[in-house]
Design a protein around this ligand. Structure first.
Ligand SMILES: C[S@@+](CC[C@H](N)C(=O)[O-])C[C@H]1O[C@@H](n2cnc3c(N)ncnc32)[C@H](O)[C@@H]1O
Length: 309
């Protein structure tokens, strides 16, 4: 690979899913994944230590994405790629069953308040995703200074019946070298590391696989008042919710700014409503794309339904 400094972050919204990792890395190799890599020290160190494997990182912070790309580029690494997307979503949607060798999470935000519990990785759906994408014999590693968080994850993994050789070690990996490890250790905190080996397989429903077309609806005519009135309207479905944040107009086109949420996975995108010969086209705008999940497709259909006359 001969890439520029900011070419290691891949936008998977326009790629067919699951991702063709061999095509993307230009070679077949074992896959190792880190969720929430922060400053990226750990992932970079792993990639340097074992260049025979391919490393994939997920982050939601743009600052982290920028920082790690500099490290990848100036470190001369050709075996690391990163994605700016929720780690659970990426793990479930980008990987086939039985395809990942190891998964790491280091010092995740514990979201201690009950109101934020949905944001934790410690839930059954996440554990099922791990049980789906790991190869048999593949290993899941979680390190945290928050003891209950690590125990919660261990219990969920045991209950799933898909993992064995589960152990929780204290101060096992003080050599991670990550920012948060340094922070907690300097405060005298202990770190707990859960290691669990996949023994049995589960599969998981993917939200986006097989979607190759851009969601769109043709309508004969639109009611402009109803269209403008969409601003700040909230549409609910049992699978999630979307809100029309703004409606922008020009002569023959309207742009609707949308925020959607399904199982705590948030997306921001635009739906365009464009005059065409013989009618109007309502579609997911290609300039501000989204993963074509259920709610994204629902939002295009719903908007078309509401505004058509
Ligand atoms: C406490 S920091 C730990 C960073 C790093 N692992 C370390 O040990 O220094 C947690 C990181 O996870 C990222 N993060 C939070 N939720 C995430 C999610 N759902 N998917 C991917 N990354 C996430 C945050 O942006 C943040 O950088």
């Amino acid at each position: 690979m001969n890439l520029g400094v900011f070419s290691y972050c891949i936008d998977a919204r326009k790629l067919p899913l699951p991702i063709d990792w061999k095509g993307l890395f230009n070679r077949e190799a074992e896959l190792v994944v880190e969720l929430g890599f922060g400053n990226g020290e750990f992932l970079i160190e792993l990639a340097k230590r074992d260049p025979s494997r391919n490393y994939i990182g997920f982050e939601t912070s743009l600052t982290s994405i920028v920082k790690i790309q500099k490290k990848i580029h100036y470190g001369g690494l050709n075996n690391v790629l990163v994605f700016m997307v929720d780690g659970h979503f990426g793990l479930r949607e980008f990987f086939e069953d039985n395809s990942v060798q190891e998964i790491y999470i280091n010092f995740p935000c514990p979201w201690p308040k009950k109101a934020h519990a949905e944001r934790r990785f410690t839930n059954q759906a996440f554990v099922t995703t791990v049980a789906a994408v790991l190869k048999k014999g593949g290993v899941f590693h979680l390190t945290s200074d928050v003891e209950w968080y690590v125990h919660d994850m261990a219990s969920l993994m045991e209950e799933s019946g898909c993992f064995g050789e589960t152990s929780i070690l204290t101060n096992d990996r003080i050599v991670l070298g990550t920012r948060y490890e340094r922070k907690w250790l300097s405060q005298g905190k202990v770190s707990y590391t859960l290691n669990a080996v996949k023994t049995d397989h589960r599969t998981v429903e993917r939200w986006t696989w097989g979607e190759t077309t851009v969601p769109h609806v043709h309508v004969k005519d639109v009611d402009r008042q109803k269209l403008l009135g969409l601003k700040e309207q909230v549409f609910k479905h049992e699978r999630g919710v979307f809100v029309v944040k703004d409606v922008y107009t020009s002569e023959n086109e309207y742009l609707l700014r949308i925020v959607s949420n399904e199982s705590n996975f948030q997306q921001r995108y635009f739906i365009s409503v464009e005059k065409k010969p013989g009618g109007w086209l309502v579609k997911l705008d290609p300039d501000a794309f989204a993963y074509r999940t259920f709610i994204v497709k629902f939002s295009v259909k719903k908007v078309a339904e509401v505004i058509s006359t």
